[in-house]
Design a protein around this ligand. Structure first.
Ligand code: PLP
Ligand code: LYS
Length: 427
């Protein structure tokens, strides 16, 4: 959302102390730009909310939101944990020098090879999702004479109010062990009986881009209820209750997210009310840590005016660098980064350059008078943008730049046409 974006004397958008137009001249467009101090400040807000509520905690950045070496290095500097959901994310984190003991490994269909990789690299915890995984992991640990920490991902039967594709906690979700039908009990027994698995705790994640505290307080209650049930049935009390991620952010003025203080305060209350021995609480924020720090800069090109209809203003990127509007009807706001001081005179559709009618980045955006060559900055694109980027229409993926304290640093190079054909073989 347009907050207090900084504007230079010549009407340019300034990100992290750097003129955004200078960035486009140096690195080209489309360009992802991240204000790293904003990322650090989001993490610190989560930390202080836990500390203010006197809870033992861990923040595990859900790196599917944005998974490149440089972000894992920022997470290492901030002393937080991370989650990975694939061998590729795990590989990138390890290449970045991220300590494996602070990595949680998620996924509803981890392959044998991925589990071997996680075990060999001694990841901090494997979050087990299903019975097939218990069987695979058990076999690997036995053969390799290894022991590992695990958590069980439970499906608590809570439907979060968010886009259908972003719900994960309802009973018919593809993720986790269903608690209603006794699957969770069966999984608990199998894991407790395995001498090579140490059951560190229980996990649940109800979805993504969730507003309000109700879903999370219901989840905290449910997890305590389950912990008490496991104590009665198996004499097991979790060291950790992992409540997942999903904290919504404000993409437009219609979005009203909750503050870290508010929801962690509520969760702390619920947990302290419900049990004497409150387990360590882990959360897995992805979007809320990186989305607000991200901007995508595009060059405005063609324009199509249609009598009595809204005009199309096209940019040099689109669904390949931000699939979210096409996939979830996600809404964004944008500014014309070189005309921040000019009056907004018209409403336009912001169209991408991909060969799809659905490639519309913003349905209706107020902008000043524009010309080809002006720079459009779409705001809050730091999560699920680059990490979901693709090469549709053989468009190269955009570069990524980090800015902090007035300095800019290229952290992912722009793909070239040569890169695009580098895996192709002749026939
Ligand atoms: C298990 C798990 N944890 C954390 C997250 C991060 O969610 P978000 O980026 O909405 O915080 C996800 C994604 O929805 C997830 O599946
Ligand atoms: N990719 C989704 C969120 C991730 C869901 C992960 N379980 C989005 O952009 O909203």
């Amino acid at each position: 959302m347009i907050a207090n974006e900084l504007v230079s004397n010549n009407g340019h958008l300034v990100i992290g102390g750097v003129d955004s137009i200078e960035l486009t001249k140096k690195y080209g467009t489309p360009l992802y730009v991240f204000d790293v101090s904003e990322i650090r400040s989001q993490i610190r807000k989560f930390k202080s909310a836990f500390e203010n509520n006197d809870l033992k905690y861990q923040i595990s950045y859900a790196s599917k939101a944005f998974a490149i070496k440089a972000i894992y290095q920022v997470m290492k500097q901030e002393s937080v944990h991370i989650d990975v959901v694939s061998g590729g994310e795990l590989y990138t984190a390890l290449q970045a020098g991220f300590p494996s003991s602070k990595i949680s490994f998620h996924g509803n269909n981890k392959t044998f090879e991925e589990l071997v990789m996680a075990v060999k690299n001694h990841v901090g915890v494997i979050i087990i999702d299903n019975f097939y995984e218990i069987e695979l992991l058990s076999r690997i640990l036995k053969t390799d004479h290894e022991k590992i920490n695990v958590m069980l991902r439970l499906t608590p039967g809570i439907s979060a109010h968010t886009h259908k594709y972003d719900q994960t906690g309802q009973t018919d979700s593809k993720f986790g062990f269903d608690v209603g039908s006794g699957q969770a009990d069966k999984a608990m027994k199998q894991v407790l009986d395995d001498p090579n698995m140490h059951l560190k705790g229980i996990h649940a994640h109800i979805g993504s881009q969730i507003f309000g505290t109700q879903g999370f307080t219901m989840l905290a209650d449910k997890m305590v209820e389950l912990a008490k049930h496991f104590q009665r049935e198996f004499n097991y009390w979790p060291e950790v209750i992992n409540l997942g991620g999903g904290f919504g952010i404000s993409y437009t003025k219609d979005d009203d997210p909750i503050s870290a203080d508010e929801f962690i305060g509520k969760i702390a209350n619920e947990l302290k009310k419900a049990c004497d021995n409150v387990p360590e609480v882990w959360i897995e924020p992805g979007r809320s840590i990186v989305a607000p720090a991200g901007y995508t800069l595009y060059t405005i090109g063609s324009r199509k005016d249609i009598p009595e209809k809204i005009s199309y203003l096209s940019v040099d990127g689109g669904m390949g660098d931000n699939i979210r509007p096409a996939l979830y009807q996600a809404k964004y706001e944008a500014v014309v980064a070189n005309k921040m001081d000019q009056p907004l005179t018209q409403t336009v559709h912001i169209a991408g350059k991909y060969c799809e009618s659905g490639d519309i980045l913003i349905d209706q955006q107020r902008v000043p008078d524009t010309n080809p060559g002006d720079i459009l900055a779409v705001l809050d694109t730091g999560a699920y943008g680059y990490s979901m980027a693709m090469n549709y229409n053989r468009n190269p993926r955009a570069a990524v730049v980090f800015v902090e304290n007035g300095q800019d640093k290229l952290v992912v190079k722009r793909e070239t046409y040569q890169d695009l054909t580098s895996l192709d073989l002749d026939y």
